[in-house]
Design a protein around this ligand. Structure first.
Ligand SMILES: Cc1cc2nc3c(=O)[nH]c(=O)nc-3n(C[C@H](O)[C@H](O)[C@H](O)COP(=O)(O)OP(=O)(O)OC[C@H]3O[C@@H](n4cnc5c(N)ncnc54)[C@H](O)[C@@H]3O)c2cc1C
Length: 598
């Protein structure tokens, strides 16, 4: 039988080439702030492009609800050094303190700058930017909670994204919407320079070659490696996996944050702002159990602590009706707070559970939320080629796909929006500098051919498994065996599961052979990225024989500063083989590691 495959053959054409000065992959907050800074720095003539697999305003930054923090001290006394300390302690002392210092100090100016760009923050009666409480943010090095999160109702991320997008349009940044980047152009191999990317246009099925003197990855997180997650379907770790495949390291992948208040079974996030405004957790016996685990901060202890406490209650049989969830109680907050300050979450509860938060208790369970690890960078967003800090010329990373590392082993709420803004902007400045000096970029013919061949193979394959089946098993494995609690035996099982899944993923069946918006093909491509991210996570987790922040080992329950006060660098040297691990010391400038109590 002969089959006509007009659409598959279309991917074999020579790619169309776009020449740019600088290129940003990802149109979330990190990417847009970098693009804006590049335009401002290099002037209106500069050719600055943003490629995004989503229409920009659909980036996950838009889903961020609760707030972005800065020690403005608008409603009570605050100090950026207290914020710095909280960030270091929240990260269980794995934070690079020089990076956190930059972030917390620059936070104040960054928020004011955003306000001047047009962001409609909530106001105090005096007209200042209002601030609310969030987990782990304290007064005077841990005395009690402080109001540090600036917010725009519960649509803070949405407004950040809209504000930056408007500004980028105003400054004539070129947008390539709905192009999925599949590889880097790195003609001289692993050490760089990076000279561009290869993208797949979703609307036409065509492959495009983008050349630029400097490239930023701002591709967001990879929560979709887990079954229950707050992350959007699109958060499949593409940028992280692409870098890893090219032999560059991934840092601290074992540290993944589970947010305590996901909606039971659905995983959708109920922002920490609900506890910041006064909500609290109760177990099956009606007890406010966080008082036992964190006597000072209670429900506003850091997320890793609260998520583990929930699991301990469940393990002790004190879940609701003995099941695997507990309750969030917000009834006492009243209609004014629930409907005006927390409208989206109250709406989610009414819509998805069909219950009334003013009168009913809300079922919650920890949900996979945030990647502390990712592409290692220095303070200016330069991607690193190794644990010694060698830069990859032409390549930058910022936002959730990057690891600076300001979050260490556990991120504090509202510090991610801050991270994407501060380090997105800094990367833009550093890239502008490189654009002025770098030679014209050369194409990577090998990468072009490999992308075209890979697409053709997927489209021509007639037999094999559906990507969705393998993805579901991957997510199940990761949630059950590499979740809030881990141990050596479970992680080894996860490793073996992933090896089998990778083998099965060699033979995928992409049923849609069409060219336009082939989501079937996209799912197959994204499955590959998910497998790479999951593999780096499990292998890094197995190697780290201690408990720290978001990485809790039942078989090694204590933090081990003698052996493990260091960052993991995982390198893939051959597909399917375990990665090579290297380690880099943590930068400690001010706060010596101490036991962590809340
Ligand atoms: C529900 C939810 C609520 C949150 N609430 C808060 C909060 O209140 N405060 C806080 O500080 N943090 C919060 N976070 C975390 C925070 O929102 C994210 O970490 C942050 O917004 C990530 O921004 P980013 O710019 O790195 O990436 P994203 O906003 O995720 O954007 C990624 C971009 O990369 C593009 N992309 C990805 N892969 C490709 C590819 N292969 N080719 C082309 N483009 C690609 C996408 O199209 C997208 O434009 C929340 C997260 C979630 C999920």
């Amino acid at each position: 039988m002969s089959l006509r495959l007009p659409d598959a053959t279309a991917t074999r054409r020579r790619p169309r080439t776009h020449d740019l000065d600088a290129l940003v992959v990802g149109a979330g907050g990190a990417g847009l702030y970098a693009a804006l800074e590049l335009k401002r720095d290099l002037g209106p003539e500069a050719r600055i492009g943003v490629i995004s697999k989503l229409y920009p305003s659909r980036s996950h930054t838009a889903a961020a609800q609760g707030g972005v923090c800065a020690a403005l001290g608008n409603t009570e006394e605050d100090n950026w050094e207290w914020h710095w300390f909280d960030t270091v302690k929240g990260g269980d002392y794995l934070v690079d303190q020089d990076a956190a210092e930059v972030m917390c100090r620059d936070a104040v100016e960054t928020i004011i700058n955003l306000e001047h760009l047009g962001l409609p923050f909530n106001r105090t009666p005096e007209g200042l930017i209002d601030q609310r409480r969030f987990g782990g943010h304290t007064r005077n090095h841990g005395e009690g909670p402080v109001r540090r999160a600036c917010y725009a109702a519960v649509r803070t991320g949405h407004h950040i994204l809209q504000t930056l997008y408007e500004q980028c349009i105003r400054h004539e940044v070129a947008f390539y919407d709905e192009y999925q980047v599949l590889d880097l152009q790195m003609p001289d191999g692993v050490g760089g320079p990076v000279t561009g990317v290869i993208g797949y246009q979703l609307a036409t099925g065509e492959v495009h070659s983008f050349l630029a003197k400097s490239v930023l990855f701002a591709t967001g997180g990879f929560g979709k490696i887990f079954k229950v997650t707050s992350n959007a379907h699109t958060l499949t770790g593409d940028g992280v996996a692409i870098v890893y495949r090219r032999g560059l390291p991934l840092e601290d992948m074992e540290f993944y944050q589970f947010h305590p208040t996901g909606m039971y079974k659905l995983g959708f996030l109920l922002s920490e702002a609900m506890r910041g405004e006064g909500g609290f957790l109760v177990n099956g016996k009606g007890e406010r159990f966080m008082e036992r685990y964190a006597p000072t901060m209670k429900d506003l202890a850091s997320r890793d602590v609260v998520s583990r406490s929930i699991y301990q209650e469940i393990a002790a049989g004190r879940g609701i009706d003995g099941k695997d969830f507990v309750h969030l109680d917000v009834r006492h907050l009243g209609a004014e707070v629930l409907n005006k300050k927390l409208p989206d979450m109250s709406g989610f509860i009414r819509t998805y559970f069909g219950i009334e938060p003013l009168t009913d208790l809300v079922p919650i369970q920890p949900t996979a939320h945030y990647a502390m690890g990712g592409i290692p960078t220095d303070l200016d967003g330069h991607a690193l080629a190794d644990e010694r800090g060698t830069r990859v010329p032409g390549l930058y990373a910022a936002g959730e796909c990057a690891c600076v590392s300001v979050h260490g082993a556990n991120r504090l709420g509202t510090n991610s929006l801050l991270d994407i803004l501060v380090f997105g902007r800094r990367a833009g400045v550093a890239m502008a500098d490189e654009v002025r000096r770098a030679p014209d970029p050369q194409p990577d013919a090998v990468a072009e051919r490999a992308v075209l061949a890979g697409l053709a193979e997927l489209l021509e394959g007639m037999e094999g498994e559906r990507p969705a089946v393998i993805r579901a098993e991957l997510q199940e494995t990761m949630f059950a065996k590499c979740g809030v609690y881990r141990n050596g035996a479970l992680l080894e099982e996860a490793q073996a599961d992933l090896r089998r899944l990778r083998e099965r993923a060699r033979h995928l069946c992409v049923q849609d052979k069409g060219r336009r918006y082939n989501t079937d093909l996209v799912e197959a491509l994204e499955l590959g990225f998910l497998l790479d991210c999951a593999e780096a996570t499990v292998d890094s987790a197995l190697a780290r024989t201690e408990t720290r922040g978001g990485h809790a080992r039942e078989d090694f329950p204590d933090r081990d500063d003698v052996e493990w006060l260091k960052h993991t660098f995982a390198f893939r040297w051959s597909e399917g083989a375990p990665p090579r691990m290297a380690y880099r010391p943590v930068t400690i400038t001010k706060f010596p590691p101490k036991p962590r109590v809340y």
